[in-house]
Design a protein around this ligand. Structure first.
Ligand code: C2E
Ligand code: CA
Ligand code: CA
Length: 570
């Protein structure tokens, strides 16, 4: 026995047996041998093929005898003669796959040399195998909830989409859709309701022809539409408007951002970023709208990034500092305490006011780090004053809605009280009604915890924004700060503003709240507030925001250290 495949003489195959074995093989098989054609070229000539070959590969092949004829009939992509050359010379050669229009399927060609005389060519139909692996790939590409393609699929498709647009000389519109108020839907109606909105959105998107729109679920409540073959910006806008109307007629509101290839950029990464920038602008402009990306938005975006970097550096370099504005009892003139206010001095930009950088810090999330720094610094100053000057007053600290939303906010405050060994009743937290926007119940719960710890809660800027008297009933407040815009008007002759202010003070005093008048600049204002029984005054007239060393000198008994419109006059 030469090898394990050898058989004994008694079972030697005759030609007929051999043929029926070959014909019972499912894969198409050819045996060929090298020849020199009459014109002198080297080629390979068919000496045998099995039934599977004539069945699968096409009967037409019967008319052909040489490999060079395979090229035209089967596939130009397979280097038939090269592979055969390698096989006959025993040089390893990789299988090659091709798609056959003739039999509408995928095939894999492999060749093997036999004794340097013949080659065996195996042509295997791999269409099913390919379909199976494509299906597997598709599941990795499909979002389970909505059945739409997912973000990964888009990242795979985008190069083809832009290449196609380039080839056809058309535009490709990308529309990023972000469902409005998804958090509220989830919080108030439950996650199942949220899922229904997402499914409905997918259903709407599926109504559009796949030739025009390719839709992807991008994650969370975001969808991305690739709008193909657009001849102009108008046609992109028309498609987007139709999508918007379809959503609106199903009571689903979204904010969308559009970026266009090649107008806005030819780079997929840029285009995606631009849709996001435009979508955020749509949200900012009041939601439920679609906004086109404009280069100026990118400038604003870059400026914001720069500002964010600058703010991070400012924290490290101590370019932020706090000033403290005194608050006085209107009747007795006694010092009630101070409000800590942030200041930023940048070496290049100069002084930047909190009205500019606080909203930016809120937008970029930097407010969390900055807010921590404010809390630490104000607590530290308070402890210092208590120890050095037996300061008995209150330190008021402004808190952003985003800070209060942090799951560990209460814990943080507790830790800071321990760290600085402070009595909680010396600390007041100033909030604005902005905390009520997203999750009112959670905000109320947190404020109650703060109040239970012993801190005071003050509602800032009352009289601006949506100020509603109903907030006063639901929020666990100690103090109401009446905004400067109210105070400015109380001296007007018609008395309307004065009447409103008087009523507010009377009402909230009855509710047990203390009232602070903000932005008092004139003695006349102060006298009216006194008549209205307002408790506390905070304003330039009696005291401006001051550096820590000024406050320390004042607390140490140096009355002239106080900076105010009154002291400046004298
Ligand atoms: P706010 O909390 O309403 O602070 C009062 C603002 O009114 C301060 O402006 C203060 O300097 C100013 N002010 C006080 N009295 C008078 C007056 O008689 N006349 C005039 N014209 N203005 C007066 P500032 O310091 O520029 O702060 C602006 C806003 O920035 C603050 O308004 C607050 O919303 C925010 N802010 C300041 N510091 C912080 C902070 O540490 N954290 C947070 N989250 N926000 C802060
Ligand atoms: Ca304040
Ligand atoms: Ca205020």
């Amino acid at each position: 026995m030469k090898n394990s495949a050898a058989v004994s003489d008694s079972t030697t195959l005759n030609q007929k047996d051999f043929m029926s074995i070959m014909n019972s093989i499912f894969s198409p098989l050819i045996v060929a041998r090298p020849i020199i054609l009459p014109q002198g070229q080297k080629d390979f000539e068919l000496v045998f093929f099995n039934e599977a070959f004539s069945r699968t590969v096409s009967k037409t092949i019967l008319k052909f005898h040489y490999f060079h004829e395979f090229k035209a009939l089967l596939s130009t992509e397979v280097p038939w003669n090269d592979m055969a050359d390698k096989a006959i010379n025993k040089i390893p050669c990789e299988p090659v796959t091709y798609f056959s229009d003739l039999s509408n399927g995928w095939f894999r060609v492999q060749m093997k040399g036999m004794d340097g005389k013949y080659i065996v060519v195996n042509i295997e139909n791999i269409t099913k195998e390919r379909e199976h692996s494509k299906k597997l790939l598709d599941t990795a590409y499909i979002d389970i909830l909505t059945g739409l393609y997912n973000r990964n699929k888009f990242l795979d498709d985008i190069a083809d989409l832009t290449a196609q647009a380039q080839f056809n000389g058309t535009k490709l519109g990308l529309l990023l859709i972000d469902i409005d108020n998804m958090k509220i839907i989830n919080d108030y109606n439950g996650h199942t309701a949220g899922d229904e909105v997402l499914k409905k959105s997918a259903e709407i998107l599926n109504r559009f022809s796949k030739n025009i729109i390719k839709a992807y679920r991008f994650g969370g409540d975001e969808f991305l539409l690739a709008i193909k073959n657009c001849s102009s910006m108008d046609s992109i806008t028309n498609v987007c408007d139709t999508v918007f109307e379809s959503f609106n007629s199903e009571q689903i509101k979204f904010s969308g951002g559009i970026a266009v290839y090649p107008d806005d950029s030819e780079e997929p990464e840029d285009l995606l970023r631009f849709t996001d920038i435009a979508m955020r602008r749509a949200k900012k402009d009041g939601k439920n709208r679609i906004t086109n990306f404009k280069p100026e938005m990118q400038r604003v975006f870059i400026q914001k990034l720069n500002m964010q970097a600058k703010m991070s550096a400012a924290l490290l370099n101590s370019d932020f500092y706090l000033v403290y504005q005194p608050q006085f009892d209107i009747k007795t003139g006694d010092l009630r305490g101070f409000e800590a206010l942030m200041r930023w001095h940048d070496k290049e930009l100069g002084d930047i006011g909190p009205a500019i950088f606080i909203p930016l810090a809120e937008e970029t999330g930097m407010i969390l780090e900055i807010g921590d720094w404010v809390l630490n610094t104000a607590f530290c100053t308070l402890k210092n004053w208590q120890q050095k000057y037996s300061f008995k007053g209150i330190m008021s600290i402004n808190i952003s809605p985003m800070q209060l939303k942090q799951p560990n906010f209460i814990e943080n405050i507790r830790n800071l009280l321990i760290k600085y060994n402070l009595n909680p009743d010396a600390v007041e937290i100033e909030i604005t009604e902005g905390i009520m926007i997203e999750n009112m119940n959670e905000a109320i719960e947190k404020l109650n915890s703060l109040k239970n710890i012993g801190l005071s809660i003050s509602l800032d800027d009352f009289g601006t924004g949506y100020s509603s008297l109903s907030y006063l009933q639901v929020l666990p407040l100690n103090t109401l700060k009446i905004d400067k815009s109210f105070i400015t008007g109380i001296t007007e002759k018609n008395g309307i503003q004065a009447n409103i202010t008087n009523s507010i003070i009377t009402m909230v005093t009855k509710m047990g709240l203390q009232t602070i008048a903000e932005g008092v600049e004139k003695n006349e204002q102060l006298q009216i507030l006194k008549e209205f029984n307002c408790h506390i005054v905070q304003g330039f007239l009696r005291g401006k925001p001051m550096l820590e060393q000024n406050c320390a000198a004042y607390l140490g008994g140096k009355k002239s250290a106080l900076i105010s419109l009154e002291t400046e006059k004298s």
